[in-house]
Design a protein around this ligand. Structure first.
Ligand code: GDP
Ligand code: MN
Length: 392
């Protein structure tokens, strides 16, 4: 689950990282009001940043500075409602603009190969890290944390030294790297990224110029499977940006991944769903989705799954493949019959149900005149033929 920069920054703050304060605004008037508070506190300029769950907002014109309250209102008007990579901007972050001296990259990811949390840093910050990886991979430095010992101070120091930091900024960098690692673990995140981590020029209240490392941007991706352990994080899900299909699948407890093909698949079990997709491909078709209704699916789930499949206008054939264990075949058959009675468009379908209560299922399907198959090969072959316009 991706969360917005403002929420990611809250997690960083909770982990003790240096993040400049901010407000979230949803209208130009709110942008102006927020900006006024920062100007009143002594800011010379404010920064206004689109809150959308995509990277490269700066390049897309979604990050702007403004020098007066009137100007912030104009900028707010321009950014709110803007389209960034297909997403409409509904809210912005407003904060005092930092005076950036240098931008770095710092991120933590899970490296599946080594099964460890890896911290990455680069002196080439501000730009997208994928671009640095392509153009100059040597500019990205890594250390991997031991699962038992965690990220050790000497590792964080080595990372800071590698990107050219020296005291007095090296010690704060070590604290930031350690904090980032803790934020990653505390929230079961897949990714915590600060880009840019910036050296900023500031003036202390007594007028002395200083330099400080601050997190100017934040990106956090949470592990969906870890969310049940952090009920409070569920509130950070941005429903504005969630695909309605994904939201419905989540409500129904169905694993659903939309793909580009024409054959809708309804299967129970992730492994069987993969196998089914392989066989669809083997017989020359293209699956429209991965869909696992899960174990013990009831007829309501089956109906909901059918709605998800039919919601994709590219679907011109449906393959149902159920291996009844805990799931009862007759329950699925009843769900399919109910779904067909309600559905708004007619799409040819092949059903294969084996296992628990398969006989009852077969009788129900026969009475309702469903096209059935006994083997998975037969089912896949028939579905591909139907998708290509054949009538069986
Ligand atoms: P992204 O493009 O989506 O990654 O958004 P960022 O928050 O990283 O902003 C993009 C760029 O805008 C940064 O790399 C900075 O160069 C610039 N920027 C962001 N915040 C500030 C700020 O407070 N002051 C200044 N001067 N520039 C900023
Ligand atoms: Mn950034």
């Amino acid at each position: 689950m991706k969360i917005q920069e403002a929420d990611a920054k809250s997690l960083l703050l909770a982990g003790g990282l240096p993040v400049p304060s901010w407000k979230v605004a949803r209208t130009p008037a709110e942008v102006e009001a927020a900006a006024r508070t920062f100007f009143a506190a002594g800011a010379e300029r404010v920064v206004i940043k689109a809150q959308v769950l995509v990277g490269g907002r700066g390049k897309a014109g979604g990050v702007k500075l403004a020098g007066s309250a009137e100007e912030t209102r104009e900028v707010g008007t321009r950014i709110l409602g803007m389209d960034i990579k297909g997403i409409t901007v509904r809210k912005v972050l407003v904060g005092a603009a930092a005076e950036i001296v240098k931008e770095y990259y710092l991120g933590a990811i899970i490296d599946r190969a080594s099964r460890r949390i890896v911290l990455m840093a680069s002196a080439e910050g501000g730009v997208e890290i994928e671009e640095v990886a392509r153009r100059n991979p040597g500019a990205i430095h890594r250390v991997s944390a031991d699962p038992e010992l965690g990220l050790l101070a000497f590792q964080a120091r080595a990372l800071g030294l590698a990107i050219g930091l020296r005291d007095p900024l090296l010690s704060p960098f070590v604290a930031i790297a350690e904090g980032l690692y803790e934020v990653m673990k505390a929230n079961d995140a897949d990714l915590v990224e600060v880009n840019p981590l910036a050296i900023v020029a500031e003036t202390t209240p007594d007028g002395t110029p200083t330099r400080r490392l601050v997190c100017l941007d934040a990106k956090v991706t949470l592990d969906d499977s870890g969310l049940s352990r952090h009920p409070a994080l569920e509130a950070l899900r941005d429903l504005d940006e969630e695909d309605p299909t994904d939201a419905q699948a989540r409500r129904l407890g169905i694993n659903f991944i939309h793909l580009d093909g024409t054959i809708g698949c309804m299967v129970n079990g992730a492994g069987l769903a993969m196998t089914t997709m392989d066989l669809v491909k083997h017989y020359g078709g293209e699956p429209a989705n991965f869909l696992d209704v899960g174990g013990g699916a009831r007829r309501e789930t089956v109906r909901g799954a059918m709605e998800l499949i039919l919601g994709d206008t590219k679907v011109n054939a449906i393959l149902v493949n159920i291996f009844g264990g805990i799931t009862r075949g007759d329950e699925v058959a009843a769900g399919l019959i109910e779904a067909r009675a309600q559905q708004l468009r007619e799409v040819p379908m092949v059903v294969r149900i084996v296992g628990t209560n398969a006989t009852e299922a077969a009788r129900l399907l026969m009475e309702a005149r469903f096209e059935t198959a006994t083997s998975l090969d037969e089912a896949a072959e028939k579905a591909v033929a139907l998708s290509k316009g054949a009538s069986l």
